[in-house]
Design a protein around this ligand. Structure first.
Ligand code: NAG
Ligand code: NAG
Ligand code: NAG
Ligand code: NAG
Ligand code: NAG
Ligand code: NAG
Length: 233
């Protein structure tokens, strides 16, 4: 009986590891899918192409990728979806680390309000002329209409505007940018939980949040099923 328990514990650990690895793999996959949204690669002469070579990036399909020396894996810094026959833009989440996105020369009908939510690094976006900048003109330092395109340059920090947004954060929390036109409230140091009411160290929560939660859920399910099995003996 003792040995059996040890064995099932090992099985649980292996299962959890596999689950988390597949979570990571699917994340990587979506990141690369956005680079294959249409055929061709980023060309040298284009805005994204020039940006990529000046940032020491690597071109993969419609993406420019860079490895920032830190512990994070290679990520997208530029996305060139120009002339891709896109009519609707809803989810580019794999490219949320991008600094530059080109969506020009597409017959875009509409762009979802939340398409660029979380794109905190985005500082330059090229759109067809008749599409407004994400978050509106007030979310950008400079908006320019030129040769059939609209350029939105310099994402503004929504927390640093004379307006309501920053005031909306509960006590013990700080306003943080969360993409053009978006902000989020994150708990100040030492506070966590609902409305940041609890105090205490919780530094890794944001980083390990999704993985930790999945591990807890899977562990609990395994515990319940194993327990039921043990009882029935
Ligand atoms: C783009 O530039 C790189 C180096 O500058 C060169 O090796 C490559 O052949 C160029 N590609 C095209 C399609 O011009
Ligand atoms: C990467 O790290 C090395 C050593 O830590 C450093 O010399 C180099 O300048 C870094 N490169 C970049 C692009 O940060
Ligand atoms: C857009 O793509 C089509 C083919 O997919 C090509 O014939 C055309 O020249 C491209 N336009 C531009 C401006 O690159
Ligand atoms: C985009 O346009 C389509 C049809 O034109 C409409 O059904 C859809 O609700 C629109 N989506 C958004 C987010 O506006
Ligand atoms: C946004 O800026 C553009 C370019 O400056 C201008 O043409 C447009 O009218 C502005 N839109 C609004 C709603 O202010
Ligand atoms: C807020 O914006 C103003 C003007 O754009 C700037 O001078 C100031 O330094 C900004 N403050 C912060 C905390 O970013």
């Amino acid at each position: 009986m003792k040995m059996k328990a040890g064995c099932s514990q090992l099985k649980s650990v292996v299962l959890i590891l596999i689950f988390n690895l597949s979570f990571y793999a699917s994340y990587q996959l979506t990141e690369l899918q956005v680079c294959e949204l249409c055929s061709g690669t980023v060309l040298n002469g284009t805005v994204v192409g020039r940006f990529c070579s000046s940032s020491a990036g690597r071109i993969d399909g419609r993406c420019c990728l860079r490895n920032d020396n830190t512990s994070n894996p290679e990520h997208i810094i530029g996305l060139d979806l120009s002339n891709c026959s896109l009519t609707h833009v809803e989810d580019l989440q794999g490219a949320s680390t991008a600094l530059m996105i080109d969506l020009s020369l597409n017959p875009i009908v509409n762009i979802s309000d939340t398409a660029f939510q979380g794109f905190i690094e985005l500082n330059y976006i090229i759109l067809p002329q008749d599409i407004v900048c994400p978050g509106g003109n007030t979310s950008w330092g400079k908006v320019e209409v030129k040769e059939g395109t609209r350029l939105c340059e310099g994402q503004k920090d929504m927390c640093n505007q004379t307006g309501q947004l920053s005031i909306n954060c509960p006590e013990n929390s700080l306003c943080a940018p969360y993409g053009p036109g978006f902000s989020e409230c994150s708990c100040a140091d030492n506070y966590h939980g609902y409305k940041c009411l609890r105090e205490g160290e919780f530094p890794a929560l944001q980083v390990f949040g999704p993985l930790g939660a999945s591990t807890v859920v899977i562990s609990f399910l395994l515990w319940v099923t194993q327990r039921r099995k043990a009882k029935s003996f």
